[in-house]
Write a protein that binds this ligand. Structure first.
Ligand SMILES: Nc1ncnc2c1ncn2[C@@H]1O[C@H](COP(=O)(O)OP(=O)(O)OP(=O)(O)O)[C@@H](O)[C@H]1O
Ligand SMILES: [Mg+2]
Length: 361
């Protein structure tokens, strides 16, 4: 009977990885009791937006190939595929470190990072958010944590910084750890050493994703984070203006530089159009069109999302309430969908590198 179930499920493909669930080892612990079949479906991310679809496809396949009267009980589970390789590292309990970047200031990196982190948590993943902007941290305002000081414990030489917990995520801002005056005198190597220290002292615990909100530009902080941290992937943010893409190219060049070589998994175009709240279906292209698509096609990477400009997003951010938590689903859905696409893209990337690692050259 178990063989029949496996045979049936070998006809169901994971839509992203394009292989069947049995080959991918996603079906585990099959139990058959009388008329009832139970098994675990182990997805590549707890934030998989397709879980219901895959589950339904399993039930259909079993009813079709085995017996249409079987009661199918599927336990959803996940094992986030991971981009981590160095298991001795203090950050090894974090499965995926994802930077949200853009060479350009003010395009919405922080908005994307904060809402992505919360959306991934809402989809079921353990998520952390690190604001790496020493000179202009946004996270304390956007999460309503201004002035809050993190708890720090010291045991002998070992310092542990406890991240804030808000809206289902763990969060830490470099701005909360470094005095502004001190940051201003930091230069190249000092930034690098201090950052390394700080980031390794934060007690993130087990995380599926750590999202890093990068500062604008392509400076020392970017080099440090990209070279000295197990950064798994980068999400590039841009606005639709074609004239403002030069900075995005610079940022792409940094991550694609062979010495750094971090995969940019796609582009998020922010402020793509303006939609008045009373008419969310209307689109006004205030800032031109096509920037995100142009970057995506030039670098052959997906356009992961186009986020409209909503007055509420800016207002919410100032009130410390991220847009993904807005009660209007016309607003929040854009961020949830973006997070789903990003989680899928990361799963695809990790699966590809896993195969590459285990395939003899
Ligand atoms: N989709 C949006 N709709 C409305 N307002 C937005 C949207 N995205 C961002 N904003 C607003 O635009 C401003 C800049 O956004 P944000 O701080 O996220 O950009 P940034 O790229 O992180 O900037 P910086 O380079 O300074 O770090 C903020 O006031 C934010 O609330
Ligand atoms: Mg920012």
């Amino acid at each position: 009977m178990k063989d029949k179930i496996l045979f049936a499920l070998s006809h169901v493909d994971d839509p992203d990885l394009r292989k069947d669930l049995v080959t991918l080892n996603m079906i585990q612990d099959i139990k058959v009791e009388g008329n009832k079949v139970t098994f675990r479906l182990v997805l590549t991310t707890p934030a998989c937006p397709l879980k219901d679809m895959i589950k339904n496809a399993c039930i259909t396949a079993i009813h079709h190939f085995v017996d249409k009267n079987l009661e199918v009980n599927i336990i959803l589970d996940s094992k986030t595929t991971t981009s981590q390789t160095n298991q001795n590292d203090a950050l090894s309990r974090i499965k995926n470190i994802i930077a949200v970047a853009s060479g350009k200031g003010g395009v919405g990196k922080s908005t994307v990072a904060v809402n992505l982190a919360i959306a991934l948590a809402k989809l079921g993943a353990k998520t952390g958010l690190l604001d790496a902007d020493i000179y202009g941290p946004s996270l304390p305002t956007m999460l309503g944590l201004r002035g809050a000081q993190p708890q720090v414990t010291k045991e002998g030489e070992k310092i542990t910084i406890i991240p804030f917990e808000k809206y289902g995520i763990k969060a830490m801002s470099i701005g909360s750890l470094v005095e502004e005056k001190q940051a201003l005198i930091w230069r190249g190597p000092m930034i690098s050493t201090a950052l390394k220290q700080l980031l390794r002292d934060v007690d993130w615990g087990d995380l599926d994703y750590l999202i890093i909100d990068m500062p604008p530009g392509t400076g020392d902080i970017h080099l440090t984070l990209a070279q000295q941290f197990p950064l798994g992937a980068v999400v590039m943010v841009t606005t639709p203006q074609l004239v403002s893409l030069a900075d995005v190219h610079k940022s792409m060049a940094l991550y694609m530089n062979p010495a750094i070589n971090k995969p940019v998994i796609g582009v998020v175009e922010n402020m793509s159009w303006f939609s008045p709240e009373e008419h969310p279906e209307s689109k006004y292209f205030l800032f031109g069109k096509g920037g995100g698509e142009k970057i995506a096609s030039e670098y052959n990477i997906p356009l992961l999302a186009q986020l409209p400009l909503f007055q509420k997003v800016a207002e919410n951010a100032d009130e410390g309430l991220p847009a993904v938590l807005n009660e209007n689903p016309e607003i929040s859905k854009h961020f949830i969908e973006m997070a789903g696409h990003i989680a899928r893209q990361i799963a695809v990337l990790n699966n590809a590198s896993h195969i590459a690692e285990h395939t003899p050259a």
